[in-house]
Every structure is written in C-alpha cells, then in structure tokens.
Design a protein around this ligand. Structure first.
Ligand code: 26W
Length: 857
C-alpha cells in the first residue's frame, strides 16, 4: 500500500483534532486550552478508538456470517501492557498522531504515561497470552480471549532499603477508555448448592438446589491486529467481573451475620492471586477459575447457537485452549452442559469435549501443579465433582484393562487420589492435544512429568515453542532499531518476522555495526535517565534516595529481569557480583569492562526466600555503589515494580541478557527472546527456549553458553550425588563470596545479617528435608565466572560485539508468536485465517461516515 500523501495526513489530523475537541466539549464540557492531561488523554482515546470500532464490527460480522471455526483462549492471566501506543502503531497512525499532538500542544510521552496498564498477570504465562492475542488478530484467526477483570491487578512493588513492600494496584482508579461494558451479555454462574438427579433424563445429570448465584458482567477489550492495509482484524478479549451486580451480595448471609460470605461473590474478581509458584488451594481461587470456565462456556454456547440451530456442529466449530490447568474445570463443566442442557449422550459428549479442548503446560514445578482438596471441590462445585468422578471411573477402568494388576499406575494417573483433584491429569485426559512450550520442556514432560500419559497417548503430546510479538517488543519498544532494520531489509518483517534473517547480511558491515552501536547507546541513555529519575532506590521508610549510579552508556549493561524465583538463579548473579566486587577491592585493574548490572522482578507475596534474594541484591547495591573505588567500575541497580511498560524501557538497553536458570527448570522463557530481538547477547544455560535460540542463531554467534545440562542435573538429583559443600571448600574465590553472606561483609544490620545467613545455609546445609543448594548455584558458578570473563573480553571489541548482536537479532525469526499461533492453528486447532469481508467492511465504514457528527456531510 503506498504511503499517504502529506495532504491526506494533514486532513486526517484535522479530523482527529476536531474529534478530540468534540469529545472534550461533549463529555467533559471543556475547551482544548483548559482541558487537563487526564481529560485530554481520554478525549484522545475516544477519538482514536472510533476507527477501531469499524474494523471491530466488521470482524465480528464477517466471522458470524462466515460461521467459521473459532478458537477460545481461556486464561486466568493477561499482561497486555499499555494499549494506546500499540493501537496507534497497528493503526499506522504515528504521523497523523504526531501532527495532532503538535496542533494541540501535547507530547506523546505524557499522553501514553496517563494509561494505567492492566497488570492482570504474574509473569510469563500472562504475557504470553497477550502476545498470542496480538498474533491471533494479526493473522486474522477467528478467535476470542476470555479472562477475569480483576479490580486489583498484581501488587505494586516498592523496595524499601531491600524490603519488598506490596501495595494494591489500583489500575481502575480512572476510567479505562479501552474497555466496553456489555450489560446485555451478563451471565449467571451457579456455585455450591445441593445436586439432585434430574428426573426422566437418560444420562446422569443433576439440578442444583439452593445454589449461590453469581452474575458475571463482561467487559470487552478490542485487540487490534497489524496489517499493511486498512483491513486489520480486531479480536475481542472478554473479561468477566462480579463487582457490578448487586445481586451478588447475599443478604440472607448478611442477615445471618456472615458478612464476609455475604460479600464474597461480589468480591470474587477483586484480586489476582499474586503467586506463580505455589498453587493456592484457596476457595476464592477455585471460585474464580469456575467463574471463568462457566461464564465463558455459556458465552461460547450462546454465540454458537446464534448461528447454529442444534448441537451437532459444536465439535467442529469450537476449539478451546486452556492456558495451564487454571481453567481446567471447564472440561467437567462442558460435559455437564452437553449432557444436561443439550441431551448429548455421555460418550458422544466426551468425544466432543476432547476434540474441542487443548491444554498447554507452562511449568514443571510440582508445587505449581494444581491439586484441589476434594471436599472443597465437592462443596463449591458439587455437579462438576460428580462429572469428574464419572470421568475418572471410566478412565481408571480403561487403565485397569490396559494395565491389569498395576494399581500403582492407576493411582499415579487417577484424577482423584489422596483426597485431591489433580487438574493436570484431568486436563490431559480431557484434551485431544497437550503441549509444552519449548522442545526441551516438552521432552521432559514426555520423559518424566507426564511419562505414563505419554506412553498411553503418544499422539496427544506436541511441542509448540513460545514466542513474543515482535511488533510490541521490537517495533514499538525500540523504534530506532526498527528503522535500522527497515532501512536494510524493508518493512515486511513487521508482518512476517521470518524475513529478519536477511539482516545477517549486514552483520559484518562496519557501517551497520556502528549504526547499531549508536542505536544501542541511545537506548542505554534513555534507560539511564529513567534509572536516575523514577527508578531510584528507596530508603527504609520508602523515600526515594538520590541517584547513586556513576557509570555511563559506555558501560556494559548486564540485565536480569523476571519474577524472582530460586530456579531463575538471581542468586548466582548476585554471587558473581560479590566476587567481582571482592576482586576489584583486591586490585581495581582486574575489571576490564565497566559493568552496570540491572535487576528487576517481583517475588510472590508469600515467597520468603525470593524476598531474601531481593534483600541481598540491594545490600550489594548499597555496598558497591557507595564504594568510591568499586563504583567507578561496577554499579548495581534493582528497579522496583517490574511490569510490561518498564520492560519496554529496560530490554532495548541491554548488552547482555541473563538467562541463567537451572537447566530443566525454565519451561521456555520469553524474556530471553525479547532481549535477543533487541540486540542483546545471551548468557544462557541449556534450558527452555535458550536451546532453540542457540540453534537458530548458531553456535558461532552464541558465545556465552554455560552450565550443566538438564541431563547432568537430573542425574545428580536421582543419584543424590551433588556435594555443594565440596564445591564451596574446593574453590577459594567461591568460598570467599559465599562467606560474605554470613560474615557481615554485606549486611548493615541484624535483620539483613539473618536473612543473608539464611541464604548461606540454603546453599550449604539441607533444610526441611531438602538438599543444600537445590538449584545447583555452586555447581554452575565456575563456568558462569569463566563465561563472564569472555563477556568482558568481547565487549572490548565494540564492532565485533555489534556483529554478534546483529546475528542474534537475525536469528530470531522463529520466535515470533505469529509462528507459534500458526503452529497452534495447524497442530491443535486446525484453524484457518478468515480475513474481513471487504463488502462488510465498506458497509460499516459507510455507516460510520454517515453518522459522524464531526464530518460535514
Ligand atoms: C497456581 C499458581 C500459578 C500461577 C501461574 C502457578 C504457575 C503459574 C504459571 C504457569 C507460571 C508461569 O508463568 N510459567 C511461565 O510460563 C511462561 C510462558 O509459557 C514460560 O516461558 C516460563 O518458562 C514459565 O515459567
């Protein structure tokens, strides 16, 4: 499509200015000159979103009339980030917006910073779901996302002198222009109550007596796809809320004095559970998961019957992907609805359920695998529990036939065991496809975590390696690098990221190397401005301290940003920092490269050891940054409150990306991909998607691989042959660093000393029956130390470094969610793209033009 002429741009910007003024007057009773930033932001968004509504309507109508197969993505978490800039970019409106801002005397940075991003997720799983939504829309796949509209997203993290403080995330404090409340679409969900057999129906179905009735109110968020032409599709993300409906308040309970229970259902979607480590086992969480499953299923059936007269085509028209086990109760609820409401025979209903459903596993951490207490489950979801009993009975009977006299296997594979409802087993049994999120992860699922299920259903297990949307994480987050790329290979990569491989041709080109280094330097300068402003540390009472960084953009920016977890080994990086600091004190000339180490990430609220690791890092920060010798060579910063918009500032500035998890523990990682796309070199273990990134980029340009392999780790675990103490005593450099944890080298007061000592003991002594150093930090320390030496050596050769960096960008073609979604569509959903019907689009456009009050007809 040819570029719009200046006149068109000018005309379009005039129309947009008129619309903004129209909304300011009609909604806020304000003229432009007196409108405050909040009012201007909202009026701007109202004006901007008009175009979106056209394609949103046309998309919905096209898919409705075409009666295409549709995929429904169910996730308890989404991390969409801010919408405004992404929408401007996908509407290709940057230039028009630039003119509008000039004409109205406003700045883009101020505008976008007025948006509170919806922190409706913990980390990788939630962000992946949002990257998937962007690619589903861009690939014009008939799809819809379902989730919950938490009143409070993931807590706001503040770090007061090393201590993580959790503050409520009031993201809905001001109006959100990117959501649309759909009152006419609210649905009722039934919980608790007593199941009684429904009379004279063939199958074993139940009515519910005296249930709790909860109204779920949908809020729709338009997710814009990218298209070089104006026929971009808009997918709906529908988030359920229980806040609005007064009927959710249970007066009887209130009168009975049980106030908490009375309000429980109105508060059901109040809070996102801030843990991505331990399954909560909490009743509210199970109620939330069922609310998502039941409301979404009812909505799916309503949409299906809006274009189908009977249930016969349901198995063909509907595909449902459950994002980890969190929505897995859906499998039981689908069976209940098919057998009860649509009189489908059990056997046929089971086939439909399996054919419709796909399950994605995102973690191997046993403590993260959901297993609900049977009594709690039976109390809250009595009918669904009965369905699971029946599913499990059929399944175990089949197992006993296939594996006679192997009760242990039946016990291991059963959904109901030890008083628990094991949601992973239910998800595998109830789905036609189960996928891991990286090749190594899927292999481990098949070889260990789900080995017996893999033996039983070999064709059910597939791998679909994660990705990220390169439009947000490269094109939008790093516009300078985007134009560096487009100048060399054109703009086709925005829609087809496989074209990025053509950038490799420029890796050895000195001019390109210099320009790349200039782009990186500008990103580093932008981050430094942030670190010396909003990102400054706080004292023990939360007051922001003056900036304490001495280094500039010539320093190596070495970054580890992700949730804090022992398996992600922020502790390994911290130990290396202590060694570097001790070496610098010994001999300041030891450090060949100045290094700024940046951490960021939240710890789950109940995860003490993770909080202790944050405390250690800020102890190191205080020690090193205030040491007049060391701070000329090494600086440390812990940026509080990591979330999508902060990642978009931090990631483009990285020279080095730290992906150092214990091999076999990180299912995939997606931060690793974002860093590499932005030209950072990865210091990585052979874990998760690091392995596939190395293979795609090739070993020649992946110089910083280190650490034990997942096989070696598994071997040491099974043989219990790991001796952390011997490594500690046998390595003076390591011993001195570990001892610093115990000998008050870093601690400035007793509490710090106690918590740092806890880390010391976790490395060297077994506690609570767990082995010392469960994540093999000491094991990998030496090879980590060596590889960091190589990092400093290569960084001395900037042009060579740039050559590596350009190859690390060029090798990332596979890691776009466009590729991942294409694989889901081919391997699991058998879904085809359904572009907008041009006639429908033109008709909606015409209707809009006729109705537009700001255009002189
Ligand atoms: C029940 C509490 C809970 C909540 C969330 C347990 C586990 C989770 C998530 C599965 C944790 C998570 O975010 N996993 C990450 O998912 C990413 C997307 O696939 C992967 O890239 C990461 O490796 C994985 O840790």
């Amino acid at each position: 499509m040819n570029e719009p002429t200046q006149d068109i741009l000018e005309a379009e910007s005039d129309v947009l200015v008129r619309k903004i003024k129209h909304y300011l007057i009609t909604i806020f009773g304000r003229v432009l000159e007196e409108a405050d930033a909040d009012e201007y932001y909202l009026a701007f968004c109202y004006a901007m979103r008009e175009k979106i509504m056209i394609n949103w309507q046309a998309t919905a109508e096209t898919w409705l009339t075409r009666d295409v197969r549709t995929v429904y993505y169910l996730s308890m978490e989404y991390l969409p980030g801010r919408f405004l800039n992404n929408n401007i970019m996908n509407l290709k409106n940057q230039e028009v917006v630039g003119r509008v801002l000039k004409k109205t005397g406003r700045a883009l940075h101020d505008l976008v910073s007025h948006e509170y991003e919806p922190n409706l997720g913990n980390g990788g799983l939630g962000r992946l779901a949002s990257c998937f939504m962007d690619s589903l829309a861009t690939l014009k796949m008939p799809a819809r996302g379902y989730g919950l509209r938490y009143q409070y997203g993931l807590f706001e993290q503040q770090i007061w002198d090393g201590v993580q403080i959790e503050k409520p995330d009031l993201w809905l404090r001001t109006e959100n222009p990117w959501e649309f409340r759909r009152d006419l679409r609210k649905l009722m969900v039934k919980l608790c109550g007593t199941p009684i057999r429904s009379p004279n129906v063939p199958e074993e179905v139940y009515d519910l007596v005296d249930p709790e009735e909860v109204w779920a109110m949908p809020y729709d968020i338009p997710i814009l796809g990218y298209s070089p032409t104006n026929d971009f599709a808009v997918v709906t993300l529908r988030l359920w809320s229980t806040k609005e409906s007064p009927r959710n308040f249970q007066l009887q309970r209130y009168n009975a004095g049980r106030l908490d229970q009375a309000a429980e259902n109105t508060t059901l979607t109040d809070v996102l559970y801030p843990s991505d480590v331990h399954e909560t086992g909490r009743r509210i969480r199970l109620k939330q998961e069922f609310l998502l499953a039941s409301a979404s299923l009812q909505d799916i059936f309503r949409y299906y019957f809006s274009r189908n007269k009977d249930i016969s085509a349901f198995g063909d028209k509907v595909r449902i992907q459950i994002n980890d086990t969190h929505p897995a109760v859906l499998i039981a609820e689908l069976m209940r609805m098919l057998t009860k409401h649509f009189n489908v025979a059990w056997k046929q209903a089971w086939e439909i359920t399996q054919n419709c459903t796909g399950y994605t596993n995102h973690t191997l951490m046993t403590e993260a695998l959901e297993a609900w207490d049977q009594n709690l489950f039976r109390y809250l979801l009595p009918r669904q529990y009965k369905i699971i009993e029946r599913i499990n009975l059929d399944f175990c009977t089949m197992l006993r036939t296939k594996y006679p006299n192997d009760e242990d296997r039946v016990r291991r594979m059963s959904v109901l065991e030890n008083g628990q409802v094991r949601m992973a087993n239910l998800s595998i049994i109830g789905s036609h496809k189960v996928n891991g999120v990286a090749e190594l992860h899927t292999e481990i699922l098949k070889a260990r975590a789900f080995r017996e299920f893999y033996e039983l259903y070999p064709d059910r297990f597939v791998n679909i390696t994660n990705g990220v949307t390169h439009r947000r994480w490269l094109r939008n987050a790093n516009p300078d690098l985007a134009s560096f790329i487009s100048k060399r290979i054109g703009t086709g990569w925005i829609q087809d990221f496989s074209q990025i491989s053509r950038l490799a041709e420029f890796a050895a080109d000195e001019e390109s190397q210099k320009q790349f280094l200039e782009v990186k330097r500008a990103c580093k300068s932008h981050l430094l401005d942030f670190l010396n402003d909003e990102g400054r540390p706080r004292d023990a009472v939360g007051k922001q301290l003056p900036a304490n960084l001495k280094l500039d953009t010539s320093a190596l920016f070495d970054i580890q940003v992700k949730r804090v977890h022992e398996y992600k080994r922020q502790l390994l990086k911290a130990l290396h920092l202590i060694v570097r600091y001790q070496e610098i004190l010994e001999n300041p000339f030891v450090a060949r490269a100045k290094r700024l180490v940046i951490f960021s990430g939240k710890a789950a609220a109940s995860y003490e050891m993770a909080k202790t690791i944050i405390r250690l890092i800020s102890c190191i920060d205080k020690k090193v940054n205030n040491d007049p010798v060391a701070n000329q060579l090494l600086n440390v910063a812990y940026v509080e409150n990591y979330f999508v918009s902060r990642a978009e500032i931090i990631i483009p500035a990285a020279d080095v990306s730290e992906q150092i998890s214990t091999a076999g523990m990180e299912a995939s990682g997606t931060g690793n991909m974002k860093f590499s796309m932005n030209g950072a070199l990865t210091v990585g273990t052979e874990d998760g998607a690091n392995v596939e990134m190395r293979q795609a980029i090739t070993d020649a340009w992946w110089p910083f691989r280190f650490g034990a392999s997942s096989e070696e780790i598994t071997d040491m675990r099974t043989k219990n042959s790991y001796r952390a103490w011997d490594l500690y005593t046998g390595n003076s450099r390591l011993k001195r660093a570990v001892d610093a944890l115990r000998y008050r080298t870093l601690a400035t007061h007793d509490i710090e000393h106690q918590s740092l000592s806890a880390l010391y003991y976790s490395l060297l002594e077994s506690s609570w029956g767990s082995q010392p150093d469960r994540y093999f930090v000491l094991k990998d320390f030496d090879s980590y130390y060596t590889v960091q030496k190589r990092v400093e050596a290569l960084y001395q050769m900037p042009l060579k470094w740039a050559e590596y960096a350009i190859h690390n960008i060029a090798g990332m073609g596979k890691f776009s969610t466009d590729r991942a979604i294409s694989e889901y569509s081919n391997k699991i959903w058998d879904l085809t793209s359904a572009p907008l019907d041009p006639e429908i689009l033109e008709r909606v456009r015409a209707a809009y033009r006729e109705s537009d009050p700001t255009v002189v007809q």
